[in-house]
Design a protein around this ligand. Structure first.
Ligand code: TEU
Length: 565
């Protein structure tokens, strides 16, 4: 945690370096490419830039599998390029966050290479090694130490012939889980973190940080109907020692520094109650978390079980998080990132009302209480990609799922439809800078195809252009910096059962902001109570004050409350 809560009024921008800008001409984004586009971020007015991983990596999971925490992957550049980027970012008054991926390493990390070499290697206990389950024949299906399935299909255990044992990997088999029970592991991680902080970085986005503590008995999980593997959530999500580990990390790494840092944890499956613990400043763990409930409102048992979007469910979940972290802790506000489909395609309308719905989503995001995160391209209203065949996908999660599902006899066309809706590659297509052949992302063939709609949707056509999605985001970012009610105001949901309107207020001292969003493709009449409330109020965001909201229209009003109210 930092000495002050400066990040409450900050807006963060997430860069997925692979897809942001390619300066070296190999079709993959890089650090020099990012430096060339810092104007864009400055114009948007963001305060912090978070970089998805740029460390040396075999790229099995696009850099979330790290083989050297203290070097830059040659695809992205060098440590020197990094230092220059950091200096440029600082010169522009912005801060830079690194992605910290320490639930697991790559299987090519020297720690793991040593660990796997023999059962008595000093690093053996740095990972989770276990023999085959009793009665099982090592290496044969079903003999895994327990029944857990990995997040990326197949079992969460990989058999290793060198020593005849299995290692645990919650993600891909090239991402073995570190054993945080071992104090040497924790010290090695802290040492590496100090090294980056000494280099000048301003904090970390901590990948799956709520999975680092496991129930050490590694019990079988419950196998739900229709599932092949047992769930591991109970044993690894917000595990027994996670708060102890984070408090220790804080004491060891951040405590001694008198610096304005930002520490944000990615916490899939975390409840409001746990999030309060992670982010309560008195506990000195981290500043804020990315919770997942609102990005699961349109799914059933798994992320591939796609349900129709219902705004009322989304609104309910967001309200619960706003209330839950009102007096203690702090929310991270996000619609999507490199793991989620594009929000305008998912919760908005990427057809006729793309611009209006992208603006509405921006308004609702920025006006909640918490720190907003803009994922690259969302400031332009970028959409999902029109995928038509499995060959167009790169992401291992998508590719593994496709083969597994089709292998189990499912209709490939149906599986593809699910990928089109939910695949992470939707967010990973190259940034759309202009309307040229590769959208100004690269001169070479891009590693993932550019969305054909870059002819209409691109930065060149929006920056400085009145009415654009970009200018709307710029306005909202500026509003946070200028209006204390956006930062500090209490959140109150109004009209909680309305079918189209998502309405809330933010109240601070004598200022009330009224946020009205028509989450639908049909006009919506404003109820009398709302018209009365906004009569004579200043219109801060939006263009109209008519009593009927147009499809996907959003507005923010500001009114002064009489003293004593
Ligand atoms: O993601 C963790 C996570 O829980 C999911 O979002 C996951 O990516 C997947 O979509 C589950 O269906 C983090 C990173 O953000 C992600 O890119 C990595 O692949 C993952 O951890 C492993 O490091």
């Amino acid at each position: 945690m930092s000495s002050s809560a400066w990040w409450r009024s900050a807006v963060v921008y997430q860069i997925y370096p692979r897809s942001f800008a390619d300066a070296s001409g190999d079709g993959v984004g890089d650090l020099v490419g990012i430096r060339h586009h810092l104007d864009h971020l400055e114009q948007l007015g963001v305060d912090v830039v978070w970089l998805s991983p740029i460390y040396r990596s075999p790229m099995d999971d696009n850099g979330y599998d790290i083989s050297d925490y203290q070097d830059i992957d040659p695809l992205f550049g060098t440590l020197e390029d990094f230092d220059e980027l950091l200096a440029d970012v600082h010169r522009r008054g912005m801060k830079l966050l690194m992605d910290l991926v320490v639930n697991h390493t790559s299987d090519e990390h020297p720690w793991f290479v040593e660990s796997r070499s023999s059962t008595d290697n000093p690093k053996r206990d740095w990972y989770w090694w276990r023999p085959a389950r009793q009665g099982g024949v090592p290496g044969e299906a079903g003999a895994e130490p327990n029944n857990w399935g990995s997040f990326f299909s197949g079992p969460a255990w990989e058999y290793d012939e060198v020593t005849g044992e299995y290692y645990l990997h919650l993600f891909s088999r090239k991402q073995p889980d570190l054993n945080w029970e071992n104090p040497e592991v924790r010290e090695a991680v802290y040492t590496m973190m100090r090294w980056w902080l000494d280099r000048g970085v301003d904090g970390f986005r901590m990948d799956v940080i709520n999975l680092i503590s496991k129930d050490t008995s590694l019990p079988d999980g419950e196998v739900r109907a229709g599932e092949e593997y047992g769930g591991l959530g109970r044993s690894v999500v917000d595990g027994p020692r996670v708060h102890e580990f984070l408090a220790e990390m804080h004491r060891e790494v951040f405590g001694p520094l008198d610096r304005d840092l930002l520490l944000v944890g990615e916490t899939p499956g975390a409840t409001v109650e746990e999030a309060r613990k992670y982010t309560d400043p008195r506990r000195r763990e981290i500043d804020m978390v990315f919770q997942f409930e609102h990005v699961q409102v349109d799914r059933g048992a798994s992320k591939w079980d796609v349900l129709p979007f219902d705004m009322r469910v989304l609104r309910h979940v967001l309200d619960r998080w706003q209330q839950g972290l009102a007096d203690v802790g702090w929310n991270s506000l996000y619609w999507d990132n490199h793991d989620q489909p594009r929000v305008v395609s998912r919760f908005g309308d990427d057809g006729e009302h793309r611009v209006e719905s992208a603006k509405l989503l921006a308004t609702v995001l920025h006006l909640q209480r918490g720190t907003p995160y803009i994922y690259q391209g969302d400031e332009l209203g970028m959409t999902n990609f029109p995928f038509s065949s499995i060959e167009q996908f790169d992401d291992l999660e998508s590719v593994n799922y496709f083969h597994e599902a089709v292998g189990h006899g499912q209709d490939p066309a149906e599986v593809l439809a699910r990928l089109r809706a939910m695949s992470r590659d939707n967010a990973r297509t190259p940034m759309q800078w202009d309307d040229s052949t590769h959208a100004g992302f690269t001169d070479a063939t891009p590693w993932l195809p550019v969305n054909p709609n870059h002819r209409e949707i691109n930065a060149a056509g929006q920056v400085g252009v009145a009415g654009s999605v970009f200018e709307h985001h710029r306005r909202l970012t500026a509003l946070r910096h200028a209006e204390p009610a956006v930062v500090e105001g209490d959140f109150t949901l109004l009209l909680p059962n309305h079918e189209q309107l998502f309405v809330f207020t933010r109240c601070h001292e004598q200022t009330e902001l009224v946020v009205i969003a028509n989450f639908s493709g049909q006009p919506a009449d404003l109820p009398g109570v709302l018209l009365d409330r906004c009569a004579g109020a200043e219109l801060l965001v939006g263009e109209r004050t008519e009593p009927t909201m147009q499809p996907w229209e959003s507005r923010v009003h500001r009114r002064q409350l009489p003293a004593g109210d």
